[in-house]
Design a protein around this ligand. Sequence first.
Ligand code: FES
Length: 143
Amino acid sequence: MKSPYNEKVMDHFMNPRNVGEIENPDGVGKVGNPACGDIMEMFIKIEDDVIVDAKFKTFGCGAAIATSSMATELIKGKSVEEAIELTNEKVTTALGGLPKVKRHCSVLAEQALQSALHDYYEKKGIPSPIKLKTEEEMHEDEE
Ligand code: FES
């Protein structure tokens, strides 16, 4: 049977980048998708407003692993402000596309990152510019 995933997605699924945890992270985000039960956790290290390291742990499907892998790759070396702009569409495009039924997996990666960045602002005692999505809003993004 032909895989519905392109080579890039398969590569990030089979050889995910940045798997693991960061000790004493500057931000941690954990999100779950109640529909499929998958869970994603993201850790970020920030120095002088730049993301110097990002790691993730994903208990989920191949697309969730591939999108978290790509999301961590895309934000490393970026400023916090640039990382906030990373959407699930951008992650999906960087992966060369995902099957439509797997869009919600990329939303999970986006929200894990947003949640980690939100945590970073909270830890620093700065009002967070990030508005985390509700479960309903996450579902709307999947369509
Ligand atoms: Fe749950 Fe992909 S099926 S995140």
